[in-house]
Every structure is written in C-alpha cells, then in structure tokens.
Design a protein around this ligand. Structure first.
Ligand SMILES: Cc1cc2nc3c(=O)[nH]c(=O)nc-3n(C[C@H](O)[C@H](O)[C@H](O)COP(=O)(O)OP(=O)(O)OC[C@H]3O[C@@H](n4cnc5c(N)ncnc54)[C@H](O)[C@@H]3O)c2cc1C
Length: 417
C-alpha cells in the first residue's frame, strides 16, 4: 500500500464538520487525508448567518440546548457530554477567534465575519498536519463485509483504516452540498430519509405581498391554518417578519416552515397577519377614529402612515374597496372606517409552498440515527465509517444549532477514529 494513497483516516467533505473532525483526528496523531471537491474549504460555512456566522447557541444548560434537537436530543446526549457548547466556545477562543453573544443567545465571532471561522479551522488542519486535497470529487465509496474498503475519486482511489463522511445535506447545492453522501449510504444499505428543504422561506400567492419586498414588520402575529374557520393543525407565531419578492422570510418564518409543510399536504395554507397583536380590535378602531377626527378633510391614502405600521399602508389599502384610498375621511361611514382596523387585525394571505433547496438553510433527511453509535458517531453497519454534521437525520431550528451539531459530531468522530 502506497503511503500517498493509504491513510489512517480519510475525511470526505471539507465543510464545518469535516474540518473539525479531520483536525481533531490528526491532533490525536492519526495520519489524516481530507478530500474536498471544491477548490476551497468551508464554502457554505463562509456564507453562514448572512456572512456573520451564527457559530453556536450559547445556551449554558445542556438539557435545554438539546431540547432544540427534538427527537434527536436523546441520541445527542453522549456526544454533547463529550463536546458541548462550552467546549466549542473554548475551542474557537483558544485559537484566536473570540465570540460574542447577541439576542436569543446566538453567538457570533466578534469580527462578525464568517470566513474568519473557516480560516480558524484551516489553521487547525495545518497545525495538525492534515493532508488536504481540494478539487477532488469522491465518486463512490466501496464497502464489503461490513467494512469500507476505499473511496473512488476523479484523482484515483484512496484507502484508509477509517472513514468520516462529512458531505453535508442538500441545501444550497452551489456550495457543494449536493446530497452525494445520501446516495452512497443508500447503496451501502443504510436507511436514509429523503432530504427536504426544512428551514426555508415561504411562497405566497397574493401579488401585494411581492410588492412589499424588503419591508420588515418588527412585531406582528401570524396564524397558519388549512381553513380559516377550522382549528385543527392551526398554529401561530409572534415576532418579526420579512417580506420578499416571492413571499415571507426571516427567522420566525424559517422556523415555521416545518409546521407549514405539514399543513401544505392538505392544500394551500390560509394565513392571517395581525399587524397589532398587542392591541385589541376595539382599541385599534378607536385609534383609527382619532386619526379620522384629526384630519376630516384629508384622503385616506395621505393618513395611512399614521394608521398602519411603517411600509404597510399600501398593503392595507389593497384590502379595501378601490375607491377608499382617495375618499375624504369625513365621507366614510362607521362600518367603512372600522373595516380598516379589521383588516389590520387579520390580513389574509395564502401560502402556496416553500422555496426549494437553493433557499433552504438546512434540509432535513439523512442517515437514520438508529444506525449510528451515539457515543462515537460510527455506523452500526460499517464500524469503520463515521458520520458528522448535516448528513445525520436531525431536525433543528435556526439559531446556531446546526453549526453546534457540526462542532460536536465532528469532534466526537475525530476523537474516536
Ligand atoms: C445560507 C445558509 C446560512 C446558514 N447559516 C447558519 C448559521 O448562521 N448558523 C448555523 O448554525 N447554521 C447555519 N447554516 C447551516 C450550516 O451551514 C450547516 O448546517 C453546516 O454548514 C453543515 O456542515 P457540514 O460539514 O455537515 O456540511 P457542508 O458544510 O455542507 O460541507 C460538506 C462539504 O462536502 C463537500 N462534498 C460534497 N460532496 C462531495 C464529494 N462527492 N466529494 C468531495 N467533497 C464533497 C462539499 O463540497 C462541502 O464542502 C446555514 C446554512 C445556509 C445554507
């Protein structure tokens, strides 16, 4: 066996979790080869958090932190005991990347520059002498008799004692995460749940929503349901909303996507937005009345700034009869005036679908956790194969939980290969 093609460990995929795993294994004295098909490492990592990288969620209570991983929280218990949030925090701090905590315990590098995280991990690889081959695309993983025997690439075959699969999920495929690992695992006999866009923006039918692109509602309540009169499956969220040219986005919407997807199975989702969740209908009607009394000779369109939240005047007018905008306020009947408040308490819109993989922060799906050793991240079918990051079937919200999963599983796999 040639020492240039045979290694102790081969890591496939140079994203967040693959770099962590490779560096950790090499720090333990293993001869590690890291294969990455892109020309550079960490292409997705370098665009995370809108370029700022929400590197982890600084929830100090591990039990509380794990509750965000839903059904996978039990599976992750042992891995987080080995490398939890504080360990990741210290890891980056000790390597010259101090972190800072912002709203909702989201931690970012102090520099708020995602490529700094990639650079920090590249340095970790260099210091520990990981052999790096970029521009190498793995085409197949060979396995026989419960053992992985080698990987076939566009640059030849490489072999190792152990392998770490860190090829990511299927969201934002332009970063390199094209779901290759899922295909190989299925061929090897692993159970793999189909990847679906998970943390993803929503598409809306009504054109008035598209015209609001770029507008933010800093505090509103949105209710999702299949039928405006039916309670079953209905849920709501209160917080910030971002309108886009295709529909709705922002963290609150991204984190509602899983629930909306479930409702979409029985057709378009009927949604209503309450622009003033803290104000009851009667109070809001009286507030509108006060504006009308102060400006009897003005047209409705010229007082919308005082009536509706910033940027929403046009949208509210779009829900009223066409003549309303240019009607003088003293010509409105009481019913017509009250209708303005009614609209602002329940602006109807129709969700027709989620955006696709190109827009998803993460895809769900991946290798079934029952087939993975909770302590080591090793496959139960091929004990010399290990899994890290998005390849695992673990759902979680946005807020730094995905990258924490990469640091934890990467560290644990790297510690056990
Ligand atoms: C726009 C966006 C913003 C995000 N922001 C955040 C955030 O702020 N905080 C957070 O916690 N999470 C965030 N995430 C999620 C987070 O980026 C992922 O969970 C994380 O990057 C997954 O890391 P990974 O190592 O599992 O896989 P990836 O980062 O996807 O890396 C997989 C690597 O494997 C390589 N690869 C794939 N196939 C092959 C092959 N055949 N041969 C060789 N190499 C291959 C790919 O090129 C890629 O480099 C964001 C995601 C997106 C898309």
């Amino acid at each position: 066996m040639s020492s240039s093609t045979h290694f102790d460990v081969i890591v496939i995929g140079g994203g967040a979790s693959g770099m962590m795993a490779a560096g950790r294994a090499a720090a333990r004295g293993r001869r590690v080869l890291l294969l990455e098909k892109n020309k550079e490492l960490g292409k997705k990592l370098s665009v995370t958090g809108g370029g700022r990288c929400n590197i982890l969620n600084a929830e100090p209570d591990t039990k509380q932190l794990l509750s965000h991983y839903g059904a996978a929280s039990k599976f992750l218990h042992s891995a987080f005991a080995e490398h939890g949030m504080q360990d990741s925090w210290d890891f980056f701090h000790e390597r010259g990347l101090p972190l800072t905590v912002q709203a909702r315990k989201r931690a970012f590098p102090v520099s708020e520059h995602a490529p700094d995280v990639t650079r920090c991990l590249e340095q970790y690889l260099k210091v520990n002498q990981v052999q790096l081959r970029t521009g190498v695309k793995v085409r197949a993983i060979n396995g026989a008799d419960s053992t992985i025997t080698g990987v076939e690439t566009n640059k030849g075959v490489f072999t190792a004692e152990r392998y770490i699969l860190a090829t990511g999920g299927a969201s934002h495929p332009e970063t390199g995460s094209t779901g290759d690992g899922f295909t190989w695992l299925q061929e090897l006999g692993h159970t793999v749940a189909e990847p679906n866009p998970n943390i993803v923006p929503l598409q809306v039918a009504e054109p008035w929503v598209h015209r609001l692109s770029g507008t933010t509602l800093s505090f509103m309540k949105i209710t999702f349901g299949t039928n405006r009169d039916k309670q079953s499956g209905r849920f709501h969220k209160v917080g910030k909303l971002l309108f886009t040219h295709f529909g709705l986005s922002g963290p609150l919407i991204l984190n509602s996507a899983a629930g909306v997807k479930a409702l979409l199975q029985s057709g378009p989702v009927l949604t209503s937005i309450d622009l003033y969740p803290d104000t009851d209908l009667g109070t809001l009607r009286r507030r509108v009345l006060a504006v009308f009394q102060a400006n009897p000779n003005k047209q409705l369109k010229s007082v919308m700034k005082e009536v509706a939240p910033a940027g929403m005047g046009e949208a509210v007018l779009a829900q009223l009869p066409p003549a309303a905008a240019t009607t003088q306020l003293n010509a409105f009947t009481r019913e017509e005036r009250d209708q303005i408040a009614d609209v602002m308490k329940a602006m109807p819109l129709t969700i027709t679908g989620t955006m696709g993989m190109d827009w998803a922060v993460v895809s769900d799906g991946g290798v079934a956790l029952e087939e993975v050793d909770t302590r080591t991240m090793a496959s139960k079918l091929y004990p010399n194969l290990y899994f890290t990051g998005d390849i695992l079937h673990i759902s979680r919200p946005s807020g730094g939980y995905s990258l924490q999963l990469c640091w934890t599983t990467g560290w644990v796999a790297g510690s056990h290969v």
